[in-house]
Write a protein that binds this ligand. Structure first.
Ligand SMILES: Nc1ncnc2c1ncn2[C@@H]1O[C@H](COP(=O)(O)OP(=O)(O)OP(=O)(O)O)[C@@H](O)[C@H]1O
Ligand code: SF4
Ligand SMILES: [Mg+2]
Length: 362
């Protein structure tokens, strides 16, 4: 998305863990285990870049997002914002950080309060941060935000049900922008929308990124959605990132068997390429996050698993065999037997044909 991503880190996440206790008993609650929703996640988000996070349902993507915006407290690990650990902050210091890291939610139908006007929804963050917009300025600020996301500023007194899905997501984005954050965590922001509307919302996010110098963490369950908007992509499996790298490294030179399997399921428009593409069908289901396999957590579904995979946890690092290379295979992959494999044919860059700004009256 942003070709000018600088090397300056804005968010650094290390060893991030969220375990939800599993308890039994009514009177004397006893912990009998834990749902290991997030189980040791590391990544860095650089200023101005878009990092896509993908993985199957239940792998912990939303839990990571919620910890980043402080809707959930981590069980362990560190989240550094501009170099400062923000996990233990409270009061004023916490509010200042929260202002700069905002979230856009998946479902524009349920995430907007149906009883509030659009003006109140977008302006709600100003109640908590009145310093950003004194009361007298709020209406004008909200109207400017409506304009910025391509909605008519005159709609300020309308209610969410008077808008289409795509327009509602624009309202959600306007609310996310209200406090002028530096980071937007977008949790599947287009998954609930029709394909044609998805492209419009993605183009809008792209434009806003350069206009407001935003850094995005963009969550999706489908590799094909994040392809065109991400500078880098991290693939999650059962609470951990198993492979992370630049867009072309992940799509054209994946080295982790799980990424290769996911890519083999991505739709390929060219019928000839589709015919020659190898489909990798994974055995079995994703194990329960209450009972994570020893060693490599992917081993129960991996066609390459060997005894070492059962005994040793593979670290997320550039695999030894690629460490001296400078090519696209030299990116971090948590696999003892990482091997480059091109699963989908390289793509032409897409044209941006969809309307990027404004949509008519609801
Ligand atoms: N409050 C909670 N208490 C117990 N378990 C939870 C809680 N929230 C999430 N989980 C569990 O943690 C795991 C990760 O959930 P999460 O919502 O982060 O997944 P996800 O990758 O966002 O999935 P999806 O693609 O379906 O949105 C799931 O097994 C989920 O059931
Ligand atoms: S470490 Fe072993 S089980 Fe895990 S992905 Fe690599 S080959 Fe498969
Ligand atoms: Mg989710």
């Amino acid at each position: 998305m942003a070709s000018s991503a600088s090397a300056e880190p804005i968010l650094e996440v290390s060893g991030l863990v969220k375990h939800y206790p599993l308890t039994r008993g009514i009177l004397f609650r006893k912990q009998i285990g834990a749902v290991k929703a997030v189980d040791g996640v590391d990544f860095t988000l650089h200023r101005g870049e878009t990092l896509g996070i993908v993985g199957e349902s239940g792998c912990g993507k939303s839990t990571v997002a919620k910890m980043l915006v402080n809707l959930e407290k981590p069980t362990a690990g560190e989240i550094r914002y501009k170099g400062e650990d923000v996990t233990g902050l409270s009061g004023k210091a916490l509010r200042a950080v929260r202002r700069n890291i905002q979230m856009v939610f998946q479902d524009p139908y349920t995430s907007l309060n149906p009883r509030m006007t659009v003006g109140d929804i977008i302006g709600e963050p100003y109640e908590i941060h009145p310093e950003v917009a004194p009361k007298g300025d709020r209406r004008k600020k909200v109207q400017d935000l409506l304009d910025v996301v391509g909605l008519n500023p005159e709609y300020i007194n309308r209610y969410p049900h008077q808008f289409s899905g795509g327009q509602r997501q624009r309202i959600g984005i306007a609310r996310g922008l209200a406090l002028r954050p530096e980071v937007i965590v977008a949790d599947e922001p287009v998954s609930a929308l029709d394909v044609s509307v998805q492209a419009q919302v993605i183009n809008l996010l792209d434009r806003l990124q350069s206009e407001f110098d935003l850094s995005y963490l963009f969550i999706a369950h489908d590799l094909s959605i994040v392809r065109h908007i991400s500078d880098r992509v991290g693939v999650m499996y059962l609470g951990r990132i198993v492979e992370i790298g630049r867009d072309a490294e992940i799509y054209d030179h994946p080295t982790h068997p799980y990424t290769q399997a996911l890519l083999s399921a991505v739709p390929v428009p060219d019928p000839e390429a589709r015919e020659h593409r190898e489909r990798i069908i994974l055995a079995g289901d994703v194990p329960s996050p209450t009972n994570i396999p020893s060693g490599c957590r992917f081993r129960t579904r991996c066609w390459k698993a060997q005894q070492r995979c059962e005994l040793e946890v593979p670290a997320l690092a550039v695999p030894a065999e690629f460490r001296l290379a400078t090519g696209p295979a030299a990116h971090a992959s948590a696999c003892h037997f990482a091997e480059e494999k091109q699963v989908v044919p390289p793509e032409e860059p897409p044209g941006k044909s969809q309307d990027d700004h404004g949509d008519g009256a609801p």
